[in-house]
Design a protein around this ligand. Structure first.
Ligand SMILES: C[S@@+](CC[C@H](N)C(=O)[O-])C[C@H]1O[C@@H](n2cnc3c(N)ncnc32)[C@H](O)[C@@H]1O
Length: 218
C-alpha cells in the first residue's frame, strides 16, 4: 500500500513533467506545478517556457535547482541546459530524480546582509565558475538562487551580477523574487531598468523579465 502510493506519486510527478515539457500549455504546466510543488507560478513558468522555445537550440543557464529542474532540462531538449547550485543536498536530491541534468556546485561566499558594501566592490566578481559556463554567452538565464529570504542567507547579489556578464546581447534574463530589496536593486543596476520588459506578480515572488538589447558594459 505504502509502496504503491510512493510509485503513484513518483509516476504522476514524472509524467506531469513529461507532459508539460512536450506540450507546455497552461493546463499542463499548472498540473506539473501542483504535482511537483514548484514555487514559480503557472504564468511565470509559461512565460519563461515560451522564451526558451522561441530560441533555436537555446543555451539556458539556471541559477538554482529545485522541483522545476527536470522540466527545464526536458523542455530545452534541443539546446544546452546548465544549472548552478550552492546547496549540496539539493544537488543530490535533483540528480537522484533526473540523472542526466548538468549541475555545477558553486560557492557564493556572501551573506545577504552585506549587499550594500558589495554593490560597488570588486569582491562582487570573485567566484569560481566552470570554464563551460564562462566560455559561453547564454540565450536565456533564470536567476532563482541562491536563497535570499533572510540576512544570513547568501543573497542573489553575485548571481544577478553574473547573469549580466554571461547573457548574450539580445538574450533574456529572468529574476525571481524582485519584490525583495536586493533583487530589485541589483537587477536594476546590472540588467538596467531600460531593459525591463515585464514583471509577473505572484504571492510567492515576482518575476522580472529583462531583454538585453545592447551591451550592458563599456
Ligand atoms: C527558491 S528555490 C528555487 C525553486 C524553484 N525554481 C521553484 O520554483 O520551485 C532557490 C534555492 O532554494 C533551494 N530550493 C530549491 N527548491 C526548493 C524548495 N522547493 N523549497 C525550499 N528550498 C528550495 C535550492 O538551494 C535553490 O537553489
Amino acid at each position: 500500500m505504502i509502496i504503491s502510493n510512493f510509485l503513484n506519486n513518483h509516476n504522476s510527478r514524472w509524467m506531469s513533467i513529461e507532459l508539460a515539457a512536450n506540450s507546455p500549455t497552461e493546463q499542463n504546466i499548472s498540473l506539473m506545478k501542483k504535482t511537483n510543488k514548484i514555487i514559480l507560478s503557472t504564468r511565470q513558468l509559461k512565460f519563461i517556457s515560451k522564451t526558451i522555445i522561441n530560441k533555436e537550440k537555446c543555451k539556458l543557464l539556471v541559477f538554482g535547482v529545485g522541483n522545476d529542474s527536470g522540466y527545464w532540462h526536458k523542455l530545452n531538449r534541443h539546446g544546452v541546459t546548465v544549472f548552478l547550485e550552492d546547496n549540496e543536498k539539493w544537488i543530490e536530491k535533483v540528480k537522484k530524480r533526473h540523472k542526466s541534468i548538468k549541475v555545477y556546485k558553486v560557492d557564493y561566499k556572501t551573506k545577504r546582509k552585506d549587499w550594500k558594501e558589495l554593490l560597488d566592490s570588486p569582491d562582487l566578481e570573485k567566484i569560481k565558475l566552470p570554464d563551460k559556463v564562462v566560455n559561453k554567452k547564454w540565450d536565456v538565464i533564470l536567476v532563482d538562487a541562491p536563497e535570499g529570504w533572510s540576512d544570513n542567507k547568501p543573497g542573489r547579489m553575485k548571481s544577478i551580477f553574473l547573469s549580466s556578464k554571461l547573457v548574450k546581447i539580445s538574450g533574456d534574463v529572468f529574476v525571481h523574487d524582485c519584490n525583495r530589496q536586493v533583487e530589485d536593486i541589483y537587477s536594476n543596476k546590472f540588467l538596467k531598468k531600460r531593459n525591463l520588459k515585464i514583471e509577473i506578480k505572484s504571492f510567492f515572488g515576482n518575476l522580472r523579465h529583462y531583454q538585453i538589447n545592447r551591451t550592458l558594459y563599456g
